[in-house]
Design a protein around this ligand. Sequence first.
Ligand code: SF4
Length: 64
Amino acid sequence: MRPKIDLDKCIGCGNCEEVCPSVFHLNEQLGKAEVMDPEGCEFAGCCEAAAENCPQEAISLEED
Ligand code: SF4
């Protein structure tokens, strides 16, 4: 499963990094989240939680 962030929706709240720091990182200069490790969802096991906790519904999870 690969996470994608819709940057038009992302407001840079940082929830995704808080919930799933091994996969998501908040780029404070851009004010947008980034996917640091697109392969990491399987190991981290927190991508669904990150998507659920995104207030903008900006995170989608695509099946490999
Ligand atoms: S939780 Fe959603 S809105 Fe907040 S930084 Fe992450 S992708 Fe952006």
